[in-house]
Design a protein around this ligand. Sequence first.
Ligand code: C5P
Length: 393
Amino acid sequence: MRILVGISGGIAAYKAITLVRRLRDAGVDVRVVLTEAAAQFVTPLSLQAVSGAPVRSSLFDAEAEAGMDHIALARWADQIIVAPASADVLARMANGMANDLLTTLILATEAPVTVAPAMNRHMWAHPAVQANLATLKARGVRVIGPASGVQACGEVGAGRMEEPEIIASALLAPPTAVRWQGRHVVITAGGTQEPIDPVRFIANRSSGKMGFALAAAAQATGAAVTLICGPNALATPAGVTRVDVHTALEMHAAVLGQDKMDVFIGAAAVADYRVAQPAPQKIKKTRDTDTLTLTLVKNPDIIHAVAQRSPKPFVVGFAAETEQLLQHARQKRITKGIDLICANRVDDNLAFDQPDNAVTAIWANGERAFARAEKAALATQLIELIDKVIEQD
Ligand code: C5P
């Protein structure tokens, strides 16, 4: 995916550096365009370093135009994000101005445009700004944020630029034709932590990225999405309700506590076993023993419990396997009562804690292999397949 990041002048411009990094982490090809005012807040050099490409700001840079002219740049982009979008750039966009490179590109592109406004709360509330925003929205420009909180000017209110992680996940979830308004999608993500004593636990290598990407993709359909996740450092996708848990038992309780579920996606790597009796105090090393034995007991199978519910939601599971991938996945689908399972090969460079993934989806009447792709793109394709399979049922 190719994203053009436009940065306009404002204190929040420093957050655009993190946005560019997050996009690059996800494998996105990024080009940065600064307005003249933005260059007062962040330097082209920093953005060149994080984006890995030359940064542009002038429409009249003969050398840059000789490389990729502004029309070529407008065609190059799959998406344009303006973050932060100042009151000034919103006004210029709303009026169709083309008095610098960024606004010219926005007029010349056919790619979807998103803005992440950032400004003082009074400016944000001003009818002129709100009217410009309404014009842009009516033209199909997507608006992310602003968030509320303490502002750089010391005031508290709406106008802070949305966090870069949230903007990145909204951009990475590609648009979808699936419409799930009125449905509730519950997704588990990440690994669980099973305590051994107050300072130690048993965990696994799951990062939660696939489940978070699925939550963003499900949210893009208009569904209400609840994301129940083990400990992780990921930002909650915009509009998603997040429930944090640690152990498999907590995840089990949180999932079964949801009253209405239309689709359940078990993307979490739930610990199969927990320590039977975690020690109340830190376990000490002793001189006379070289081994320590922990007794483990089986955790409840969350996905199996969901599949037994009546009415039964459409149940989607993952089978992360290191060998005999498809055989194990087909078997697991049947024994656990799963409607559609994603067989997920695990090795050092795939699946766990990676930005991309490759899966084979298996359901009662078919199988489909998805080529290796960024998790966000894969998540949207999976949601589209789930929608088709639900329609066939
Ligand atoms: O048996 P295995 O752990 O490989 O099954 C994987 C699938 O089952 C995943 O979808 C996972 O989220 C789900 N699972 C679960 N509860 C467990 C173990 C796995 O929901 N206790």
